[in-house]
Design a binder for this molecule. Structure first.
Ligand SMILES: [Zn+2]
Length: 264
């Protein structure tokens, strides 16, 4: 069983990444995706996820058949922001290349600070602290920020800071994010492949100018939001496979994100 898992992992990683065959390490897959349901958290102004039954049961010819239809905003639940979300004429979801979505992860755990301060912004100092402990963040890493807010999912009061909906609710959002200076540092000094975190937005809840989004978009860096399961990953050594729904012209999309994690 384990061998077949490993074989599958290696085939998939070497097949998709192309230029970077995966190392021969034993490990397992970790799902970093929240399931989509009526409970899924969306931005206060965004349409939530809806699943409508089209048919479920036995057909006139005697066989079972089930089918649904769904609708949702692009930006909610575990999803990806494409650069076009905050940069004119930048890449849409369908044009973000696979090389940016599959690669080695570093997981920066700031949960002790972020859980103590809902408005915490991960700064350059946090990234430097990480590097002191784990070595320099390699070029082309997928940087994942663990704030610890996953534990509040799917309670909007604890996760977002408010359960209210609509335009007025936006000012009541309180959750941690990435400081603009740190976004700039990751883009310029570490030339990362992608960035993700376990909150609803890469900019903290109180942001009104969405500067980190804009900086990352300008550098053509996709963003993964509402990521789950970061506590199961090592600080270094995991490989991320993050595949958004390929919406032509989309500014973002639901994302299935998983990690290959070394270990027995
Ligand atoms: Zn988004």
């Amino acid at each position: 069983m384990r061998m077949s898992h490993i074989a599958l992992g290696l085939t998939l990683l070497s097949g998709c990444a192309g230029r970077q065959p995966a190392p021969l390490v034993p490990g397992r897959w970790v799902d970093l995706t929240h399931a989509f349901s009526g409970q899924t958290i969306y931005w206060p102004t965004a349409e939530p996820f809806r699943l409508e039954k089209v048919f479920e049961g036995t057909t006139a010819k005697g066989f079972h058949y089930a089918a649904n239809r769904f609708s949702a905003a692009e930006h909610g639940g575990t999803h990806m922001d494409a650069p076009i979300h905050f940069a004119e004429e930048a890449a849409t979801v369908d044009r973000v290349v696979l090389d940016q979505l599959i690669g080695p992860a570093v997981v920066v755990d700031v949960s002790s600070k972020a859980l103590a301060n809902r408005d915490y912004r991960v700064g350059v100092a946090d990234l430097v602290d990480f590097e002191r402990a784990h070595g320099s963040i390699p070029v082309n890493s997928i940087v994942l920020l663990r704030t610890g807010y996953e534990r509040f999912w799917p309670d909007p009061v604890k996760y977002l800071g408010t359960a209210e909906r609509g335009e007025e609710a936006v000012a009541k959002l309180h959750f941690p994010g990435l400081a603009p200076e740190a976004a700039e540092w990751l883009a310029r000094q570490r030339r990362i492949r992608a960035v993700g975190l376990d909150t609803a937005s890469i900019d903290y809840g109180q942001s009104t100018l969405f500067e980190s989004h804009r900086i990352l978009a300008r550098h053509n860096i996709p963003i993964f939001e509402n990521v789950a399961g970061l506590g199961e990953l090592p600080a270094i050594g995991a490989t991320i496979v993050a595949l958004p729904m390929k919406i032509e012209g989309g500014s973002g999309a639901p994302l299935r994100i998983v990690a290959w994690t070394p270990g027995r």
